[in-house]
Design a protein around this ligand. Structure first.
Ligand code: HEC
Ligand code: HEC
Length: 265
């Protein structure tokens, strides 16, 4: 009995000592973590600023061929396709993962002709400064993480809008969406039967957790803003960007999250 007690005391003493040591370690580790986090935040703010400048340049100089989101679908792309030249899809990670940032910089600066590619990719070193080309590299590096079919302007509006409020979303939903999606969002509104009969499409059941748990907020937002047709879904899902503000559409996304009982992602 006494032995057990003594053992317990020894263990307690050890534990206290160990705690003191780990506390001291934690304090210095916490300080180091805080410094690292501050550095990371500063770095990411710097990169974010470069990406933003790069996007601006990209929309001015590159999007007519490569498309706003780098999907290779700019206005001029169709013309090249007739001559059997494909404008590179800069949002394709299989392709872009093979290029280092240095190679990327070289293609942009020197053009396709000097880098074993089509000379329809122009050289930019004479028109843009090295800093501008660096900014473009930072932006192009991000393209693969952006949804290929969401235009950058839509994504920018989404990011700039305040966080959505589910209750506001509900009020808008009752006003604009129940005709098709039904008062509880189950896809059974008064207009749904007609859509099924005439167009063989069904409004999505917005309470379907399995479906919505894998969808990103920005994708839901984009579908609401630009309509189903923009994403090869049913065109009967209308575009709302002319009717609703970005903040309102974000609240609708928040409402869809609440009725589908899924987490934001
Ligand atoms: C006049 C049309 C046009 C413009 C403008 C243009 N590009 Fe290109 N770009 C192309 C074509 C075509 C290719 C494909 C070349 C090939 O694969 O042979 C290409 C290829 C590229 C590649 C190489 C991708 C790879 O996988 O090898 C990069 C990077 C690139 N462009 C970036 C840019 C940037 C950045 C701008 C703007 C500063 C820009 N391009 C402007 C037509 C254009
Ligand atoms: C005229 C009928 C109609 C109206 C009104 C309507 N929708 Fe839809 N909605 C549809 C149809 C049809 C689909 C299914 C599209 C598909 O999957 O091909 C759909 C799909 C959706 C989806 C699923 C998108 C995805 O990624 O699969 C969401 C979210 C959505 N609607 C939200 C809304 C909201 C919010 C409103 C009101 C602002 C609204 N809808 C109004 C018909 C409608």
């Amino acid at each position: 009995m006494i032995r057990t007690l003594r053992l317990a005391m020894v263990i307690a003493a050890f534990a206290t000592a160990a705690m003191a040591v780990s506390c001291a370690q934690q304090t210095s580790k916490a300080a180091a973590d805080a410094a690292a986090a501050a550095q990371a935040a500063a770095d990411s703010a710097k990169t974010a600023a470069a990406v933003q400048r790069g996007q601006h340049l990209f929309l001015s100089y590159c999007a007519m061929c490569h498309g706003d989101g780098g999907a290779g679908d700019g206005e001029a792309a169709a013309r090249f396709q007739r001559d059997s030249v494909m404008v590179a899809k800069l949002n394709n990670s299989d392709r872009m993962d093979k290029l280092t940032p240095e190679e990327l910089r070289k293609v942009i600066a020197e053009g396709g002709g000097k880098t074993h590619r089509s000379d329809l990719m122009p050289p930019w070193a004479s028109r843009l400064s090295p800093e501008q080309i660096d900014d473009l590299v930072q932006f192009v590096l991000q393209l693969r993480y952006m949804n290929p079919s969401v235009p950058s302007a839509t994504l920018a509006a989404y990011m700039a809008a305040p966080e959505g409020v589910p209750a506001d979303g509900r009020a808008l939903f009752v006003h604009h969406c129940v005709a098709c999606h039904g008062s509880e969002g189950k896809g059974d509104g008064p207009f749904a039967a007609k859509l099924l009969e005439t167009a063989k499409v069904q409004p999505r059941n917005l309470t379907d957790s399995v479906y919505f748990k894998d969808r990103k907020d920005s994708d839901l937002y984009a579908t609401i803003a630009l309509g189903g047709g923009h994403f090869k879904k049913a065109v009967q899902m209308p575009a709302w960007t002319q009717t609703l503000t970005p903040a309102q559409m974000k609240s609708l996304v928040a409402y869809v999250r609440s009725i589908s009982q899924t987490e934001s992602k």
